[in-house]
Design a protein around this ligand. Structure first.
Ligand code: CAA
Length: 698
């Protein structure tokens, strides 16, 4: 008998129970177990119907992704599905938690589906760079129609139980306990003499389908998921369901699934899936480290960043003080938050009542005294050490002993801030990315003295406020911004050498980044980098190559999107950008001033110069232990900087093209462009020993 799947009879209904924590994934043992239990149930003459149910937190959450790179072993999921679908007595899937991927496909082999109200159903395979491989693309359109199936399969977004019922994906919602509800449903079938209802035998919904829906979906996902292959292939599969019989469709789906599975895109997307989860594992902060309750919060500084951070807490139902030095600052901050939520209401993301309840959780204050009882404070004031220290002194005086005191600094030394107060162990960096209410990344910056439970609590908090937390060490710029500097630097040098901002941005956009470096700088505000460069000017070696184009744009009072002009000119109404001839003239002038002869630059060189600069700095960060592992850097870039998930982040991308190749190009750039391209020792070492970043542990 299987250890993870059991069979027992309850009167005239047989129950197949899967119990394979954490998420009942369809591992070999689970497939084997279901097959055995289903055979037993089918052969059991004392039962007239079967229920398939799971224990633990969820119904089957899909194939076991860890098996994808191993040689497949029988029984395949198809065998399980064929057996269940072909059963002569009705089989009912009883769903709680999430029925995802192969899990949902297993329910589509069952003849009926019931679920608790909190359940969700989905085919999220496209987020792993694959298409459903066990009949999902052929059965779902037959059950709910191709249009609704396209939505679910090409987006990968699960639907709630209520929606699934409306679509006809579920037959019944069980209020109260699932198993008794599912048994009652099964007994009802028996009483009414209803036998198996096989989706493979349904065909009315896939006949005479207008081909325009597929073209529309291809266009939509071409935009929404630019560069991703799997959504397009998923649309192909659904279209096939409307053109062939089910067996031919299933064979074609399998072929497409296999091709996707072995693609670089799928490997990259699966890498990101596991990288995100691995990032939460900190070697010296075990999972059972006690965490503090975060029931209230305070944000200091009601600017764009502070307001955005406060929204994360309010949206998660946590009351949050928003504090500022002036009433005007506070009013402005609250007004921006209100505007953001109102736009959510307009777009149908929340109701007016939900907005009112959420806004009521944001409490404006001008006084530190109000923060005496909060569980966490995050300061997001002006990026000056003295100002930060003053804030922390006030917090040290007023906050309760257990309060976590966090800074959102992106450049300053957290250890210096921590050491300026009486409780450095309570201090941590929580570095949000702009816009803070939207960007998923949270760099959790560990100071020398940060307590372990403060780290564990920060990870838990990041999940509560729906961020992806990654632990980083203290250095200028931490991981993300430190790597972005050489990336931006190269994008600037390319302007002197012959490219235009639009050419650089287009090449990088086509590589897959959400936007090019110059468009990104304009969005972030050119004054931010200008201020940092002015501070660095004193320590910059006199003979180091330096590009002054961005400084000169700023000197003209142009700071990017916020002032309507930066690398580009922005239309105030539409925010659309057009090239700025003055900037292009400036590039030519700066090249002349620095004695650089302009030349034609290929898109391939633009990509290598910018992306390899990221990788080379990433290698230093890894070697210094600022990031715990290469995959942490990939998570940071995928979630914070718009690096295409289908390339798996900069370090995985380097592994994919080969470290030796990257090293060879970095050496060539070093020779051509000098000291700023010095290869990171780790890059050299890995190239010479034929290893990868993913192999590297410090
Ligand atoms: N295979 C293997 N391991 C999985 C897994 C899967 N399908 N899904 C989750 N896990 C693991 C996670 O890696 C994690 O492991 P660690 O604790 O060691 O880090 C653990 O289960 C818990 O996962 P989460 O931390 O993500 O837990 P959660 O409660 O936040 O979320 C979940 C649960 C919604 C199921 C989420 O894990 C998830 O979305 N999983 C992926 C689901 C998926 O993509 N399924 C489709 C698989 S492809 C497929 O099925 C192809 C096919 O057609 C045959």
């Amino acid at each position: 008998m299987s250890e993870v799947v059991t069979y027992n009879a309850d009167g005239n209904v047989g129950i197949i129970t899967v119990d394979s924590p954490p998420v009942n994934a369809l591992s070999l043992a689970v497939r084997r177990g279901i097959l055995e239990a289903a055979k037993t149930g089918i052969a059991d003459d004392s039962v007239q119907a079967l229920v398939l149910i799971c224990t633990g937190r969820t119904f089957i959450a899909g194939a076991d992704i860890t098996e994808f790179d191993k040689a497949p072993e029988s029984p395949w999921l198809d065998e399980v599905i064929d057996l269940i679908e072909g059963a002569a007595k009705p089989v009912v899937a009883a769903i709680h938690g999430t029925a995802l991927g192969g899990g949902l496909e297993t329910t589509l082999a069952c003849h009926y589906r019931v679920a608790v109200p909190s359940a969700r159903c989905g085919l999220p395979e496209v987020s792993l760079g694959i298409v459903p491989g066990a009949g999902g693309t052929q059965r779902l359109p037959r059950l709910i129609g191709p249009e609704a199936a396209l939505d679910m399969i090409a987006s990968g977004i699960p639907v709630k139980a209520s929606k699934a019922l409306e679509l006809g994906l579920l037959d019944h919602i069980v209020e109260g306990e699932l198993l008794p509800g599912a048994l009652a449903f099964a007994r009802n079938l028996i009483e009414e003499g209803k036998g198996p209802r096989r989706i493979r035998e349904m065909s009315d919904k896939v006949q005479d389908v207008n081909a325009a829906i597929f073209e529309a979906a291809r266009k939509l996902y071409g935009k929404k998921r630019r560069g991703f292959n799997a959504p397009q292939r998923a649309i192909d599969c659904v279209e096939i369901a409307t053109k062939t019989d089910i067996d031919a469709g299933l064979a074609k789906e399998r072929e497409i699934f296999e091709a996707c599975l072995h693609s670089d895109q799928s490997k990259a997307q699966r890498h990101i899936f596991f990288a995100e989860r691995t990032a939460t594992k900190i070697p010296d902060v075990p999972r059972d480290t006690p965490v503090r309750d975060i029931k209230s919060a305070a944000i200091i500084g009601a600017g764009t960043m502070g307001g955005g951070i406060a929204m994360n807490f309010a949206s998660a139902g946590i009351p949050v003080f928003l504090m500022d030095a002036t009433q005007e600052g506070l009013d402005r901050g609250i007004a921006i938050i209100e505007k953001n939520y109102a736009s959510g209401v307009k777009k149908g993301r929340m109701t007016q009542e939900q907005m009112d309840a959420t806004m009521a959780l944001v409490r404006p204050t001008l006084s530190y005294a109000d923060l005496a009882d909060v569980d966490i404070v995050i300061e997001a004031v002006f990026e000056e050490m003295d100002i930060k220290k003053t804030v922390f002194k006030e917090l040290d005086a007023v906050c309760k002993a257990s309060a976590i005191l966090a800074t959102n600094t992106s450049t300053l030394d957290i250890n210096e801030i921590a050491d300026s107060i009486s409780r450095p162990e309570q201090v941590i960096g929580l570095h949000f990315f702009s816009p803070a209410n939207i960007m998923k990344l949270l760099e959790i910056v560990r100071g020398e003295k940060t307590a372990k439970d403060v780290i564990a609590t920060s990870f838990k908090l990041s999940k509560t406020i729906r961020k992806v937390g990654v632990l980083v060490g203290v250095c200028d710029g931490f991981v993300g911004n430190r790597m972005v500097h050489p990336y931006i630097r190269e994008s600037m040098f390319l302007l002197e050498e012959g490219a235009t901002p639009a050419q650089v941005d287009k090449a990088i956009y086509e590589f897959g980044m959400a936007m090019g470096p110059h468009a990104m700088s304009d969005l972030a505000g050119l004054d931010v980098g200008w201020r940092i460069r002015k501070r660095q000017a004193e320590t910059r070696p006199a003979d180091e190559r330096y590009c002054a184009i961005a400084d000169k744009i700023c000197e003209g009072g142009n700071y990017g999107q916020k002032s309507g002009r930066g690398f580009y000119i922005y239309d105030p109404a539409t925010r659309r950008s057009t090239p700025d001839p003055e900037v292009e003239a400036l590039c030519v002038a700066e090249a002349g001033r620095n004695g650089i002869e302009r030349r034609a630059i290929s898109d391939a060189e633009i990509v290598e110069r910018c992306i390899y600069a990221l990788i080379n700095e990433g290698a230093r960060i890894l070697e210094e232990g600022i990031a715990l592992r290469a995959s942490d850097i990939d998570v940071i870039y995928a979630y914070g900087y718009g690096f295409p998930a289908y390339r798996g982040g900069p370090m995985h991308y380097a592994d994919t093209i080969g470290i030796a190749r990257v090293y060879e190009r970095v050496c060539a750039f070093h020779e051509e462009h000098g000291v700023l391209w010095e290869p990171a020792p780790l890059l050299k070492q890995l190239a010479e020993t034929d290893r990868t970043f993913s192999d590297f542990t410090k």
